[in-house]
Design a protein. Structure first.
Length: 307
């Protein structure tokens, strides 16, 4: 309703909804309210049930997908541009539900594809030695960045990785671990944070540059951070949030298509398993496919054509 009031009070030449689910739903339910060209962007399509959700969750997600499909069929003019931030191969090979279309073929019919939008040019970090020197990382150090984003939901993962540090450090003496707590986790509250070779920081400016310089990252399964790492071809371990269908299915499918990252389960990975994975992944060569850096330009071109 904030959107509704704003666009009634002022005239805009363009509306851009970046996964603005409530706005998109509102416009399809109230098509008479559309008064400007409207662009919809998303990096996943299709709500998917978790395996342990049972028949209830399968029915719920299929129902939601059915409603979305019918809305778009009924009012195709609401979205002047629908842009998928990625490529067709990034779309999961599933159906929207029993008797419903395949997600990939339906998306190919209803979306333009921009490729991924990194927010930076990976070529700017081609000289990793210079970047590491600028950021204060010595050549003889093995840098591991641990980050869980801006929410407090990652506290348990941070504490488990911190608990894994002594064993990883014993096996890899050059290891230096930087744990980024984020704005909602007090660094002083993290158990075991005071260890030689381990730093806990509340905030790191331009974290993506540190991720580009690191020897390994340990992160949650969010698409932004994992794709920053994939774009810079850095090794990483990621833990999808439990019962988070986007991280469990959509993000993992995209990363596996790139050959990027190692997926681990929080439920089955204790400190010893995490320590072993850290040491193992640091010793492997990086082999993931390059991420096309032209996504932002293609998305901008498609949007600008409406003005």
């Amino acid at each position: 309703m904030v959107f509704h009031d704003l666009v009634q009070d002022e005239r805009y030449d363009l509306w851009v909804g970046d996964e603005a689910w409530e706005v998109d739903y509102f416009l399809h339910e109230n098509p008479e309210e559309k008064r400007a060209p409207y662009v919809w962007l998303t990096d996943f399509v299709g709500w998917l049930p978790m395996p342990d959700g049972g028949a209830n969750e399968r029915a719920l997600t299929a129902d939601y997908n059915t409603e979305m499909i019918r809305q778009i069929e009924r009012f195709p003019s609401i979205r002047d541009r629908a842009i998928f931030v990625g490529d067709p191969s990034d779309i999961v090979p599933d159906r929207f539900g029993p008797g419903l279309p395949e997600i990939r073929s339906w998306t190919e019919e209803h979306y333009q594809f921009s490729g991924y939008v990194t927010g930076f040019d990976p070529a700017a970090f081609a000289d990793r030695e210079a970047l590491r020197d600028e950021l204060g990382y010595r050549p003889d150090e093995k840098i591991c960045i641990v980050t869980v984003g801006g929410s407090g939901v990652g506290r348990a993962l941070l504490e488990r990785v911190i608990a894994a540090f002594p064993e990883a450090k014993r096996r890899l003496p050059a290891l230096r671990m930087i744990v980024v707590a984020g704005p909602r986790i007090d660094p002083a509250s993290l158990a075991g944070a005071k260890q030689t070779g381990l730093e806990v920081r509340p905030y790191v400016d331009q974290l993506y540059r540190h991720l580009a310089a690191c020897d390994l990252a340990v992160v949650q399964g969010g698409l932004t951070t994992t794709m920053e790492l994939a774009a810079n071809r850095r090794p990483f371990i990621y833990f999808p949030l439990r019962h988070h269908f986007e991280q469990t299915f959509h993000v993992r499918h995209r990363l596996e298509g790139l050959g990027a990252g190692r997926c681990m389960s929080y439920e089955t990975s204790g400190p010893s398993e995490i320590a072993a994975a850290i040491v193992e992944e640091m010793s492997k060569p990086v082999s993931n496919r390059a991420v096309d850096a032209g996504g932002a330009a293609r998305a901008a071109s498609a949007i600008a054509a409406l003005l």
